[in-house]
Design a protein. Structure first.
Length: 97
């Protein structure tokens, strides 16, 4: 079963923030690769929502998109909720879900 995807407001803001940061630090080719990787992973998640490691504590799955950025999401009854794009260099204690 293919699931639909819903972006939380936090996911939208964090994704755009990361793209803005990458625009300052990375080349256009690297940014395009990041965007493509994000789209690819979202497609994988739609096909197989349990593909990435699950945390019972936060009821989330975590996918490392690139070394610096992870995507956290929840599997709902008939859709996937993208929660946040997380800069892995940040203090994990600041991550509130």
């Amino acid at each position: 079963m293919d699931y639909s995807v819903t972006w939380s407001p936090t996911a939208r803001v964090s994704y755009n923030y990361i793209l803005e940061y990458l625009d300052e630090k990375w080349t256009a080719k690297e940014i395009e690769a990041f965007i493509n990787r994000t789209e690819e992973v979202i497609n994988y998640i739609c096909d197989n929502p349990l593909l990435y490691p699950y945390s019972k504590e936060s009821d989330t799955h975590r996918c490392v998109l690139v070394r610096q950025v992870s995507l956290l999401y929840r599997v709902k009854t008939n859709y996937i909720e993208l929660l946040v794009f997380w800069d892995n260099r940040q203090d994990p204690a600041k991550l509130l879900l």
